[in-house]
Design a protein around this ligand. Structure first.
Ligand code: HH2
Length: 291
């Protein structure tokens, strides 16, 4: 399976790593660390050296209870970083946003993937994304969330979480295709932690193989999420082992891209699984893990 992002193509027969670059003061695990331009660039370079295949730049936290960020503020946080990264790095840059105006500015600045945690349900979002796909070849990640970041963890309810989330995502993907987006530019994501209890998240993790059967590329974002703390009782800084374990389990169940904060640890773990032949015969390409 291939994913087309602008001029680039990613071969998804090997699992790919999306490195998280939060240019925010308040992201749940790394808020404030990469707010200056230099700190952001340096961290992105490091993640690429460690094996990141995509860098995902975000200017608005979506943690439970997070306040909304004004458009001008989000543009200020994200666009200069996207410009520098696309000039400097040899990997595609994604923008984590739900705002059509940020999608446009980021794509014009060189981003080649639009990662929307609201699956393009906002006003004008699907038309804007489809237009950017046609003009620049921008890939699109559609993520499931029940509710909004402000309210999503209050009392999430599902009859059958895997079936409902999958149906929603396939419907959104078909709508995107009907708007002119090619299937090889689409990625779907169950949205771990977005309006889900621990039980919902674990059912979704076990159900990743059902998502993979949809034929769309699958992204899984489990890194440092509170489900780890709910199982292990650890604090945010101690979620590395849990994050890497969850990434591996998602990949073994068919996730094509894992969105992670700890790139080297994830790449090392994926390489071990690959070397052991436990990822399938197609997963033979070596990830970079320079020491
Ligand atoms: N998770 C977060 C943000 N964006 N995008 C996708 N596609 N999938 C995810 O699981 C996902 C996402 C939350 O993580 P993070 O960016 O580290 O935190 P914050 O939203 O607080 O900035």
């Amino acid at each position: 399976m291939l994913l087309t992002l602008g001029q680039r193509t990613l071969d998804l027969s090997v699992p790919r790593i999306m490195g998280v670059l939060n240019c925010t003061p308040d992201s749940f695990s790394d808020g404030g660390r990469y707010q200056t331009h230099d700190a952001a660039l340096q961290h992105a370079r490091q993640m690429v050296d460690e094996g990141a295949d995509i860098i995902d730049v975000g200017g608005e936290s979506t943690r439970p209870g997070a306040p909304e960020v004004e458009l001008a503020e989000e543009l200020d946080r994200v666009i200069p970083v996207v410009e520098s990264l696309t000039r400097e790095l040899d990997v595609p840059v994604s923008v984590d946003t739900s705002k059509p105006a940020v999608m446009v500015a980021a794509t014009e600045a060189g981003a080649s993937m639009l990662n929307d945690v609201t699956a393009l349900q906002g006003e004008g979002a699907i038309d804007t994304a489809a237009q950017l796909h046609q003009e620049f070849g921008a890939a699109i990640c559609l993520m499931h969330m029940q509710g909004t970041p402000r309210t999503m963890q209050n009392d999430p309810q599902y009859q059958n979480v895997v079936a409902e989330v999958l149906t929603f995502l396939v419907d959104r993907a078909r709508l995107a295709e009907a708007s002119g987006v090619a299937a090889d530019g689409l990625v779907i994501d169950p949205g771990f932690g977005f309006g889900k209890t621990l039980e919902h998240n674990l059912k979704l993790l076990n159900g990743v193989s059902e998502f993979a059967e949809s034929g769309y590329a699958i992204l899984a974002g489990l890194s440092r999420k509170s489900m780890i703390e709910k199982i292990l009782g650890e604090t945010t800084d101690e979620r590395l082992v849990g994050s890497v374990t969850l990434a591996l389990l998602a990949v073994q169940r068919g996730a094509n891209i894992v969105r992670v904060h700890d790139v080297r640890a994830t790449a090392d773990a994926l390489n071990i699984v690959r070397a052991a032949g436990l990822m399938g015969e197609n997963a033979a390409t070596v990830h970079k893990t320079p020491k």
